[in-house]
Design a protein. Structure first.
Length: 138
């Protein structure tokens, strides 16, 4: 399956004096794209998962590699793929591109927990069923 893509409009307020996106905005853009992935693919965003279903997915790992600056000149296309689905964890690969050029790639790993106790858990069967076919071939 093709990666899920979420488009972001990068604004002037996202940028530093060099007129490129602040470094700290890049993880924010990636997390916005992953949240949109949850909403579209699973049917609930992080807010609904946590509050309505008591399912948390705190991050245990983030890494980013930069290859080109992000600017307000073009839409930022964030492609989200499920890189790995473990017994209690999920890893995403997110690639940010503008105007056909890769700007950054990132790896993001979350663990499934019971939100109100922060104890590890397996993803519910219905969520695993939606995610498993999307694991990218690596």
């Amino acid at each position: 399956m093709a990666a899920f893509t979420h488009e972001i409009t990068v604004g002037w307020a996202d940028c530093d004096p060099a007129a490129i996106a602040y470094t700290g905005r890049i993880p924010y853009f990636a997390l916005e794209a992953i949240d949109a992935f949850w909403r579209e693919v699973v049917g609930a965003d992080w807010y609904a998962l946590n509050l309505d279903q008591n399912i948390g997915t705190p991050f245990v790992h983030l890494s980013l590699d930069f290859s080109a600056p992000v600017t307000p000149r073009h839409k930022l296309a964030c492609a989200v793929e499920v890189a790995r689905l473990g017994a209690t964890s999920i890893s995403f690969s997110v690639t940010g591109s503008q105007d056909g050029r890769t700007c950054w790639t990132g790896s993001f790993t979350c663990v499934f927990v019971v939100s109100d106790t922060m104890t590890p858990r397996e993803p519910p069967t219905e969520i695993r069923a939606r995610l498993a076919p999307l694991v990218a071939d690596r």
